[in-house]
Design a protein around this ligand. Structure first.
Ligand SMILES: [Zn+2]
Length: 327
């Protein structure tokens, strides 16, 4: 096991001055304000599904309920203004009192919105993001966009996502990622990731969430993934934690989402991962469905028994590995 390197905190971001205004993993499609969604549903005479109402109340639901709730909520991203509104809601979930840089690493699924659901045009999506990012910037919040493809749709779908954005990709798009069910071996994704990388994109992947911890290892070793989303199942494997630590792979941890969606999670492994030297940081994932905000995620991390020093590591990694702060 790699020894934990505790970096000394720098003067500009001392641990004692609170939590950073950074959300390291959040989906545009899962970030809408519940009140806004409620209003949209009412306007068109649609009933909000029980699953979404239950999530908003904080009740645990099966994964199928999450899919239903997510699809319903995201179905209202129908124009440029809805995209701007979604990003505005995400910015609003950053802690109010913060020091240091503020940023959001924003996962966006253009293929889902534009092709699969045909909710709006790609141009409307980009313009809505431009609007939302301009507003965020005015509040001192940097935003980086990561394209999200669906793992279980397979590599052909991954190429279609890249095809879709080729030629129109704005500068704020900095990464490519896969999510959904971990159904396709990560090595099969390697050619898609290679193409994305050759197009100047960084590579992330949801792994070790609804699939086994070994997926985290495979994503790193067999497909060149440089950042892991969730990765909590890797905590069962000290060798994989060692790999993450040795390679300085950032891991985005979303406590509320993990606890809501991973039935066999047990005690959240964030402390185990941090103590193994893994560069973990916090995010909200789908805060418009699984109601949460960044201040609450920090409270949850603290409640896991982290020391001040470990909380300091979390805030340090949040800043150092944020793609939004590298623009
Ligand atoms: Zn996610």
């Amino acid at each position: 096991m790699t020894g934990l390197q505790i970096p000394s905190d720098d003067a500009s971001h001392p641990v004692s001055t609170g939590i950073p205004g950074i959300d390291r993993h959040v989906h545009l499609e899962g970030g809408l304000d519940p009140i806004w969604v409620h209003g949209q549903a009412k306007a068109v005479g649609q009933q909000v599904p029980d699953s979404l109402e239950a999530f908003w109340r904080g009740s645990a639901q099966p994964f199928s309920g999450f899919i239903e709730a997510f699809l319903f909520s995201s179905s209202f991203i129908r124009d440029r203004e809805a995209v701007r509104s979604a990003l505005g809601a995400i910015v609003g979930r950053l802690p109010q009192q913060t020091t240091g840089p503020r940023g959001i690493d924003l996962w966006v699924s253009p293929h889902f919105l534009v092709r699969f659901k045909q909710l709006l045009s790609l141009d409307e999506l980009w313009r809505g993001l431009e609007d939302g990012i301009s507003e965020a910037n005015r509040l001192g919040v940097s935003v980086a966009v990561v394209l999200d493809a669906v793992n279980h749709f397979g590599p052909k779908h991954g190429h279609e996502v890249l095809d879709l954005v080729e030629g129109s990709r704005p500068e704020f798009v900095v990464g490519f990622s896969i999510g959904g069910l971990e159904g396709v071996p990560f090595r099969d994704w390697a050619p898609v990731f290679e193409r994305a990388r050759s197009n100047g994109l960084r590579i992330a992947a949801h792994a070790g969430e609804n699939g086994p911890g070994e997926n985290v290892r495979d994503a790193i070793l067999h497909s060149g993934v440089e950042r892991i989303v969730h990765g909590v199942k890797a905590a069962e494997f000290p060798k994989i934690l060692e790999l993450l630590a040795e390679r300085h792979i950032p891991v985005d941890i979303c406590p509320s989402s993990n606890q809501a969606l991973i039935g066999d999670l047990g005690p959240h492994p964030l402390p185990v991962m941090l103590r193994a030297g893994v560069r973990c940081a916090l995010g909200t994932d789908d805060p418009g469905v699984i109601a949460c905000d960044m201040a609450g995620e920090w409270d949850k991390a603290r409640a896991m028994g982290l020391t001040d020093q470990e909380m300091g590591l979390l805030r340090r990694f949040a800043i150092e590995d944020a793609w939004s702060l590298k623009l």
